[in-house]
Design a protein around this ligand. Structure first.
Ligand SMILES: NC(=O)c1ccc[n+]([C@@H]2O[C@H](COP(=O)([O-])OP(=O)(O)OC[C@H]3O[C@@H](n4cnc5c(N)ncnc54)[C@H](OP(=O)(O)O)[C@@H]3O)[C@@H](O)[C@H]2O)c1
Length: 289
């Protein structure tokens, strides 16, 4: 298959690109940077330098690549701004979807998140509504997610992958990563919030598997949603940080509920190598780039 990967140099995109190439697909990766494009070519992909906010240039690039499938792994997180990332979800996704539909692409596989669900007592499954009435600043993230998913649904076939918190090499949750540094400064609290994690290589495997999945939404998370009281001390140990301070007073915000992965695991046949962050936190797969 010819696959265009937008965000081919991001943490999931670069792994998905390697997997696609290894499985015989023809990949065109998009990047804003000549240097990143050169790296993609060295790995065996075609590459085009384009900014997804330049709708005309993006349309030309998608037309030239003539893909069967568009894989959307775009985020704008390196500056740490949720507004920038929401803009990417809104405008970047709209531009990419329009470019794909104009040239008759049938299928879009897109990266979303599994923590935009409305409040509830248990890990949320895919039938749970998104948190449309969230207040600021959470409304920025949820609004971006809603816009991304709604654009992608315009494709004849689409798969939205709602990922848990990524951990592992090159992510924020790894020794030396952003959250590890917060833990070293004792800014990471062990609290009642429930999170779902997914190891970054497992996340990329799901993106590639989704080329063949039926249209729909899938939570891509491991089997063990956990409170901060459970995961934060183990995370801190893994990254060489002190024991996190405990917050025993603040109740869990209703939306911090984790996500239920049964659809991906049982209906779609996705098998994560790391079924729990307990195993994945201590494994040491290699970094990419
Ligand atoms: N579910 C999760 O928990 C989750 C998901 C994703 C990321 N993250 C975290 O966020 C951190 C940063 O993510 P990241 O390393 O993937 O980087 P990023 O800076 O968010 O960029 C991701 C991808 O989007 C591309 N991109 C961004 N803006 C673009 C634009 N205007 N036009 C074209 N392409 C554009 C980048 O390409 P170029 O820079 O090559 O142009 C890159 O391939 C990670 O360490 C990870 O921990 C978490």
């Amino acid at each position: 298959m010819r696959v265009l990967v937008a965000g081919a140099t991001g943490v999931i995109g670069r792994r998905a690109t390697d997997l696609l190439l290894a499985r015989g697909h023809q990949v065109t990766g998009l990047s804003r940077s000549d240097q990143h494009a050169a790296t993609l070519r060295a790995r065996g992909a075609d590459a085009m330098v384009v900014d997804v906010y330049d709708a005309e240039a993006l349309a030309d690039a998608v037309k030239a690549a003539a893909p069967d499938v568009v894989m959307h792994q775009l985020t704008d997180l390196s500056g740490g701004s949720s507004e920038a990332n929401a803009r990417m979800r809104r405008i970047g996704t709209r531009n990419l979807t329009d470019a794909a539909l104009t040239v008759g692409v049938r299928r879009i596989v897109a990266q979303s998140v599994a923590w935009a669900y409305q409040a509830g007592p248990n890990p949320a499954d895919e039938g749970t509504p998104l948190d449309l009435h969230a207040s600021a600043p959470r409304s920025t993230t949820v609004g971006g997610v809603v816009a991304l998913e709604s654009s992608v649904r315009d494709a004849p076939e689409w798969v939205v992958l709602r990922y848990g918190l990524l951990y592992g090499p090159d992510t924020w949750y790894t020794p030396g990563g952003l959250v590890a540094e917060q833990a070293r400064r004792r800014e990471l609290m062990a609290n009642a919030d429930v999170s779902s994690f997914v190891q970054v290589d497992d996340a990329a495997e799901a993106a590639v598997a989704a080329l063949d999945w039926p249209t729909g939404v899938a939570n891509i998370c491991d089997d063990e949603p956990a409170t901060g009281h459970e995961w934060a001390p183990l995370f801190a140990r893994w990254v060489g940080a002190p024991e996190p301070p405990k917050d025993l007073d603040t109740p869990r915000p209703g939306w911090a509920r984790g996500a239920d992965n049964r659809r991906a695991r049982h209906e779609l046949g996705w098998e994560p190598r790391y079924r729990s962050w307990r195993d994945g936190f201590t494994a040491a797969p290699r970094a990419r780039f």
